[in-house]
Design a protein around this ligand. Structure first.
Ligand code: BGC
Length: 724
């Protein structure tokens, strides 16, 4: 290959815009393909149009090298699933794996090879709009959700035309943006980077993620797109990742804005040296990098490595055997939105719903007797919002709204009436008054409030994560009507809603649930299913509590409810979150027995098992999420108050008892010691089991009898779970 041909492989061009796919595939663009000036396209789709494009590359381009077609297939392609923060609320990685596999089946039928997912950024700051795209605040939960998605997208065989290449993003600390402002600096310690932000990336690499995408932002002043120590150093050298790395959109050019490169050529050289193989849309690798290589011939070796990794990736996808394997239009027509996929979306959506409050067991609503149900809030009828911020080829018309779900499922004898009241942007007095009148005339109100799809997502950070003003106004008027109100929260982020919690009888967090939002919500509201979703992130009481995590360090003066003590707290709020990490109620009730441990003393390499019996003490079959937290009370450095180290969503029939056993090793408590080393320290570890991070039922302690070192991020090591 000539240098220009090699450089062409590194170029990823936009074949369209995310909401106007294929729109840039002009005759001039096809000439670029003929010249071999492009290696990959994003924002393209369709078995037929992509076959036509691929034919140009393989029949007319130099060496017949196939193109790689990519899209953000994040939580569905045509059959849209719940947004990722909701998917994490299932606390069941198998749900994610199944949704990702279905998404891959659909997307590959439409000619795509590569998705920009999973997004595994840890987020502890609800102000950050992209909190909607990840698995929340916890590195252990995040690691399990990351590897499940990789397995789902890539399947057993990447060369199959039903599986697609994953791009785990945005490596390494995009979620730590200062103040929750998107693209902002991550000013974090090496310990926090390694213990909190990197483990899900490690887990994805272990699961075989074929590619990674680097983050826009910097870590401690080093923009990741040009950070050789992080990209080549950690991902490739330390972890042994041998796949392809793509920059984020225009991020190579943005190295100049960061102030680490003066020219486009310098920016290109920095990124190539750091280990970036493919340039998403900045055009620098295709244009100015040639000059940089001429000026510094040592870059040729980096270029060869990058081309090698890109061609190997195309080979892994099977494209050199059959470049058109993903382009069967009849398969596309049969696959998209099949009834089976819709059903899967509905089942999974119901599994994501989190019951935050349920006073006097007002939910589920009775299925007999006469009742006037008011559905209030424009979000109830907003189909587009249910698709979330990455909707791929999702159609708003495919969505069954919450309102239609309630209409369809309402039991005989019930009357359902609807008033929009207010949308998320505007409230007018007349509409709000109509909503309040309807509330007053009803027996029970389902108040659907929160954020629309456009209030979270990329570049959608908010300085105030309470309800939008119009939603507050609507809620005030409805509460004033004096009827029991059940709030159905629609949101892509944790919201600070203490006034809602105080006034509502029940609060059901429904996130944004995809095409089957309405039926899924109705299944829970009318009790066809018992809710068992759990929060993957704390909900603060006020924006000012952000960032917030149950897993913070204790401080020398731990937060104390007693205000007369000087402690690690705000004086104007309780010390607790509004809804803690792991929280979620059920229609059933569960009793936790005393946990036991298989050994009181263990060597650093010895496994031990912690077991707990859990009894469903209600008369309804239901699922419970049994959670295991760890604390290292005395170590060489201060350790988090609690760290999640195991969980299982278990189905327990009414009156039955299940015993859940977690098998761990001391490596799961190892402490980051720098340069990729993890130290297992001797001493006690306390393990607590409970129904949330703030509802621990019992503890056991295990003494680690010696020290040892490992190389594996502790939070990325999965605990083995058995249920009997
Ligand atoms: C986002 C990425 C996304 C890319 C391509 C960027 O703006 O940060 O997450 O994959 O666009 O759409």
């Amino acid at each position: 290959m000539t240098t220009d041909e090699k450089l062409g492989q590194l170029v990823q061009a936009a074949g369209g815009r995310s909401k106007n796919l294929n729109s840039r595939l002009t005759p001039e663009e096809l000439d670029r393909v003929r010249r071999g000036a492009v290696g990959s396209y994003l924002h393209v789709a369709g078995a037929e149009p992509l076959a036509a494009l691929q034919e140009v590359a393989v029949n007319e381009g130099p060496h017949g090298i196939p193109l790689l077609f990519a899209m953000d297939v994040v939580h569905g392609y045509r059959t849209i699933f719940p947004v990722p923060i909701a998917m994490a609320s299932t606390w069941d990685p198998d749900d994610w794996q199944r949704a990702a596999a279905i998404s891959a089946d659909e997307a590959t039928s439409a000619g795509l090879h590569w998705t920009f997912a999973p997004m595994v950024d840890i987020a502890r700051d609800g102000r950050w709009g992209r909190v909607v795209e990840g698995a929340g605040s916890d590195p252990y939960l995040g690691s399990l959700m990351a590897s499940a998605q990789v397995r789902g997208f890539q399947g057993e065989d990447l060369a199959s035309n039903k599986t697609m290449l994953a791009a785990t993003k945005h490596f390494g600390a995009y979620g730590a943006a200062t103040g929750g402002r998107d693209y902002g600096a991550a000013d974090i310690s090496d310990r926090t980077l390694n213990e909190v932000y990197l483990p899900p990336f490690y887990a994805a690499a272990e699961a075989g993620s074929g590619s990674f995408m680097t983050a826009f932002n910097d870590v401690a002043g080093a923009p990741t797109t040009g950070n050789e120590a992080l990209v080549d150093g950690v991902l490739r050298d330390r972890w042994g990742f041998d796949g392809m790395i793509v920059s984020d959109w225009n991020a190579i050019a943005e190295l100049m804005n960061h102030g680490v490169a003066a020219t486009r050529a310098e920016a290109g050289a920095l990124a190539l040296k750091a280990g970036i193989d493919m340039d998403m849309t900045s055009g620098i690798f295709g244009a100015e990098l040639a000059d940089a290589i001429a000026a510094d011939p040592s870059l040729m070796a980096d270029l060869d490595n990058a081309v090698g990794r890109i061609l190997t990736t195309k080979e892994r996808l099977g494209l050199f055997d059959d470049a058109l394997a993903y382009n069967d239009a009849s398969r596309e027509a049969e696959t998209l939105m099949s009834p089976e996929f819709r059903q899967a979306s509905r089942d999974i959506a119901a599994r994501t719903v989190v019951l935050l409050k349920n006073e006097n067991a007002v939910l589920p609503l009775p299925v007999d007797g006469e009742q006037n149900i008011a559905v209030i809030g424009a979000l109830a009828d907003d189909q587009l919002t249910q698709l979330g911020s990455w909707r791929a080829q999702g159609h708003a018309d495919d969505v069954v709204s919450i309102l239609d779900g309630i209409y369809d499922a309402a039991p005989e004898g019930a009357t359902v009436s609807y008033e929009p009241g207010a949308d998320t942007k505007t409230a007018n007095a007349e509409d709000i008054a109509a909503a309040a009148d309807l509330a007053a005339a009803s027996d029970i109100v389902l108040l659907v409030i929160g954020e629309d799809f456009d209030l979270s997502g990329e570049a959608r950070s908010r300085s105030d994560i309470s309800l939008p003003a119009s939603q507050k106004q609507l809620a005030d008027a409805v509460f004033a009507a004096g009827k029991p109100v059940i709030v159905l929260l629609v949101t892509g982020r944790p919201l600070a809603i203490p006034e809602i919690d105080e006034q509502a009888e029940a609060v059901l967090n429904t996130w944004m649930l995809g095409v089957e939002a309405g039926p899924a919500v109705a299944d829970i509201v009318f009790g066809q299913k018992s809710p068992a979703g759990r929060l993957p992130i704390d909900f603060p009481r006020a924006t000012g509590q952000s960032p917030i995590t149950y897993s913070e360090l204790p401080s020398g003066r731990p937060a104390d409810a007693d205000l007369s003590k000087d402690s690690n707290r705000y004086i104007d709020r309780p010390i607790t979150p509004l809804y803690p990490f792991g929280h979620g109620l059920s229609y059933a009730s569960f009793d936790y027995g005393t946990p036991t441990v298989s050994a009181a003393n263990v060597a650093p390499d010895e496994a031990f098992t912690i077991s707990v019996p859990v009894t469903n003490t209600s008369d309804r079959d239901a699922e419970e999420v049994v959670q295991l937290y760890m604390r290292d009370p005395v170590a060489s450095v201060s350790r988090p108050k609690l760290e999640l180290r195991g969980f299982e969503r278990v189905f327990i029939p009414a009156g039955a008892t299940s015993t859940v056993s977690f098998t761990l090793t001391p490596a799961q408590a190892a402490i980051y010691a720098g340069d990729g080393d993890w130290q297992i320290e001797p001493g006690d570890l306390i393990f607590s089991i409970g129904a949330s991070s703030a509802d621990l039922k019992g503890s056991v302690s295990v003494n680690v009898t010696g020290s040892a070192s490992t190389r594996i991020p502790a939070a990325a090591i999965p605990t083995k779970v058995q249920v009997q």
